[in-house]
Design a protein around this ligand. Structure first.
Ligand code: ZN
Length: 306
C-alpha cells in the first residue's frame, strides 16, 4: 500500500492507494483564501496532511509498516524535499518532506502535481497507449506536461512546460507569475468561478459543484451575463488549445483538474470554435481532446507512484 497526497491551489487531498493504482480511501480539506491572506497556509497544509494520514490509519486499522511510501504532488517546483515558488498558494519555500518523514519514518518523495497526474493518466487513464500527448490540468491555475514517444519530457534547466503562462493577450490581465495576459488568467477555473460568484452574488463558501449547478441553471434561463462569461472563457480556451495543437501536434490532449466538472458546457463550445474559426494549421474534422479519466484522483494516484 502507498499514500498519495495531492496539494492543489485550493484543496489538499490524501489517499490510500493499492499497488495496482487503485484509490481505496480519500480524505481532504479546502484551503480557504483567508488562510493565505492571514499567512497561516503553510501550517494549515502540514497539519491537514498529518491529520488526514492519521485518520486513514485509524479508519482502515492499517499499521504504518504496511505503507511502502508516501508521495506528494505539489504545485510549483519540488526540489530537495521542498515546495518552491508555488504562486497560487503564496508559498516561496516550504520544507514539507521532512515534516512527514519525521513523524512516520516512511520514505517520502514529491514532484510537481501535473507531472504526477500525467504519470497516472499515462499508466491507468486517458493516455494509456498514447505516444505523443499533452496533458493539461485546468483548476486554480493551468499546468501541463508533454509526453513524446511514450515518455514524459523533462526539460533540463527548468522543471516544466508552463502552458498556463503562455501569453494570449498583449498587456492583458495581471498574472501571479509577474507577467500579463497569461492563459491561466483567462482560463483557470478559479477565475471562472470568481466571475460567476460576482455576477450571482455568491459567497466564497459556495462549493465548486454548486457553482456548476448555478451555471447550468442560469444558462437554461438565458442569463446573458453568464452566457458572456462562458463565451469569453471558451474564446480564450480555443486560442490556448489551438496554440498547443499547432506547436506539438499531439495525438491526444487530455484535460484534468476541476475543469472536468465544468466540461459539459465548456468543451463542446471550445472545440466547435477551434474548427469553425479555422484556428489549426493542420485542419481537422474533430479535435482529439478528452477528459482525464482518473478525474481529481490522478494527483493522488500519480504521487503514490513516485
Ligand atoms: Zn503567468
Amino acid at each position: 500500500m502507498r499514500i498519495g497526497i495531492d496539494l492543489g491551489g485550493s484543496h489538499v487531498a490524501v489517499g490510500l492507494v493499492s499497488e495496482e493504482g487503485k484509490l481505496l480511501v480519500k480524505k481532504g480539506a479546502d484551503i480557504l483564501q483567508k488562510y493565505k491572506e492571514e499567512g497561516r497556509v503553510q501550517k494549515f497544509i502540514i497539519d491537514t496532511i498529518l491529520e488526514k494520514i492519521d485518520e486513514i490509519f485509524e479508519e482502515t486499522g492499517l499499521n504504518k509498516e504496511f505503507i511502502s511510501q508516501i508521495g506528494i504532488a505539489t504545485p510549483g517546483i519540488y526540489q530537495n524535499g521542498c515546495i518552491l515558488h508555488a504562486v497560487n498558494l503564496g508559498i516561496e519555500e516550504l520544507a514539507i518532506e521532512s515534516k512527514i518523514q519525521v513523524k512516520y519514518h516512511i520514505p517520502v518523495a514529491g514532484n510537481n502535481d501535473v507531472t504526477c497526474c500525467s504519470l497516472a493518466e499515462q499508466k491507468y487513464g486517458s493516455l494509456q497507449g498514447v505516444q505523443d500527448a499533452v496533458f493539461l490540468t485546468i483548476g486554480t491555475g493551468i499546468g501541463g506536461a508533454y509526453i513524446y514517444q511514450g515518455k514524459l519530457v523533462m526539460p533540463k534547466t527548468n522543471p516544466g512546460f508552463e502552458f498556463g503562462h503562455m501569453i494570449l493577450e498583449k498587456d492583458g490581465r495581471q498574472c501571479n507569475c509577474g507577467s500579463k495576459g497569461c492563459f491561466e488568467t483567462y482560463c483557470s477555473i478559479k477565475r471562472l468561478r470568481q466571475k460567476v460568484r460576482n455576477i450571482l452574488g455568491l459567497e466564497e463558501s459556495v462549493r465548486g459543484h454548486e457553482i456548476v449547478e448555478y451555471i447550468i441553471r442560469e444558462l437554461g434561463k438565458n442569463n446573458q451575463e453568464i452566457q458572456k462569461v462562458i463565451e469569453d472563457y471558451t474564446d480564450y480556451l480555443a486560442i490556448g488549445l489551438s496554440n498547443i495543437m499547432n506547436l506539438f501536434e499531439p495525438e491526444k490532449i487530455s484535460i484534468g483538474g476541476s475543469f472536468v466538472h465544468y466540461s459539459s458546457f465548456l468543451l463542446p463550445k471550445t472545440t466547435t470554435k477551434i474548427i469553425e474559426k479555422g484556428m489549426l494549421f493542420n485542419k481537422r474534422e474533430s479535435i482529439p481532446i478528452q477528459l482525464a479519466t482518473l478525474k481529481n484522483n490522478a494527483g493522488i494516484i500519480g504521487a503514490s507512484m513516485l
